[in-house]
Each structure stands twice: as C-alpha cells, then as structure tokens.
Design a protein. Structure first.
Length: 258
C-alpha cells in the first residue's frame, strides 16, 4: 500500500501542479509505473473543473462557465496536455522525417500547426460545454478527463517509446506497461461512465475513440511510436471528442420529435 500511495503521488506530481508531499527514494521508473493512476488523477482534475462549471452555471449560462472550467483545468495541470497537443501538431505537420519531427517537438517555440491545434481544441471544448446544462456538463468534464488519460495509457501500452530519455516531459526511459497496469487504469477511467445518462457514453466514446486512434497510428507511422507530447495530444483529442459526443447526444435528445 505504501508503494501504491507513492505511485499515486508520483502521478499527481507528474500530471499536475498540485502540492504533494515529497517522494522518498524516488526511482526513475516510477513515472511509468504510476501510469495506472493517470485516469484517477484525471478524475481529480475533472472534478475540480466540474465544480467550477457547476458553480459558474448558477450565475451565468453559455460560454462563461465553459471557459472558466477549461481555465481551471489548464491552471491545475500547467497546460501539460495542451502543450503536448501543440508540440505534436508542430512536429507531425512540419517535419520531413522522424528525426526532424522529434527535434521540432522538443523546441519550446510554438509554430503555426501547434497554435491552430491548440486554439481549435480549446474552442471546440468550450463550444461543446456551452451547450450542456450544469449537471450534465459537470459529469462530462469528469468523464472526459478520466477517459482521456485512459486513452493515453492505452497508447503507452500499444506503441513503442521513441523519445530521448531525459529530453522530454516524460523525464525517464519508460519500460513496457503491463496488461494489468493498463487494465487498472481503464477501471479508473470507466468509473464515471457507470453513472452516465442513457446514450451519452456511447456517443462520447464514438466521437472520441476514432480520432485518438488515428492520431496514435499517425504517430506510429511518422515518428515510429510515442513520446510524452504524443500522449498529451492523444489525451486532448480524446477529451475533445468525448465532450463533442456528449453535446451531440444532448442535442439529439432535446430535439423535437417529428
């Protein structure tokens, strides 16, 4: 139990800016081993965003609660996953070969592809949330953050690591993720799905899974595998797709019957 607590704290430290106790006897492999708790951290971040969204919805409607909730997530994570999305877009869009693409992704400057991906991604999330009532929007944020981290863990399991150890956000040389670790992560990711309204989960997963899968396949073809940035991009793409799916399900349910 003590080791599992250490791994959970490691996941919180790695994925967020939340204050945590200092880890004792830290080992480089802990980041990889803590991946089983990435979705649980996602539920924590999503819960904070959901609280902001619900509270703001008591005062405003439309875009303001959505933007405030997204801003809360960005502050808690330090734009960790959003930065990965931007870097991945720049690398995949601007490099002529795997080495050049990886070099672009390590560059701290943001390019045209990265700026467009980041801006469009944030806009789509805000637009989707702005269509949802307070309760459903709060649930959608929790579920999207949890399942998005779950999608990144699946990518870790299925793709080889191609980043240079110590030269990226990953900060260690990941070893292979075991099936048990992946399944543990997916259990955490699926917790809010069991409390969902009818039909919403199916729509969310249908719109989230294909683009995340396509991105993972593109990374495999153009980079040879994943980096920390790619994991962040997969998480963001899945999160965006899930929110769009929930928004679509709500719109279809609310539409008047002919």
């Amino acid at each position: 139990m003590a080791r599992q607590l250490q791994l959970l704290l490691c996941a919180v430290q790695f994925l967020t800016w939340l204050p945590t106790p200092r880890l004792k006897d830290f080992e480089p492999d802990w980041v990889s081993r803590s991946a089983r708790y990435f979705p649980l951290v996602g539920l924590l971040v999503g819960g904070a965003c959901a609280l902001v969204f619900w509270a703001a919805s008591q005062v405003w409607s439309g875009w303001i609660p959505a933007i405030l909730a997204i801003a809360a997530g960005v502050l808690i994570t330090g734009a960790f996953h959003e930065d990965g999305l931007a870097d991945t877009a720049d690398g995949l869009g601007g490099g002529a070969d795997p080495a050049k693409r990886l070099a672009i992704m390590k560059d701290s400057r943001i390019g045209t592809y990265g700026a467009l991906a980041l801006g469009l991604g944030l806009a789509l999330k805000a637009a989707a949330l702005a269509t949802l009532p307070a309760g459903l929007g709060a649930w959608a944020l929790i579920a999207a953050h949890g399942t998005g981290r779950g999608a990144s863990v699946i990518a870790m399991r299925l793709l080889p690591y191609v980043g240079a150890p110590g030269a990226s956000k990953w900060k260690s040389a990941p070893v292979g993720l075991s099936l048990g670790e992946m399944l543990t992560a997916l259990v955490f990711a699926g917790l809010p799905l069991a409390l969902s309204p009818d039909g919403v989960v199916v729509q969310g997963l249908l719109l989230a899974s294909p683009p995340a899968l396509v991105l993972a396949l593109i990374a495999r073809r153009l980079l040879g595998g994943y980096t920390g940035d790619v994991l962040g991009a997969v998480e963001q793409v899945f999160e965006i797709g899930f929110l769009l799916g929930v928004s679509a399900a709500f719109a279809l349910a609310a539409a008047p019957r002919a």
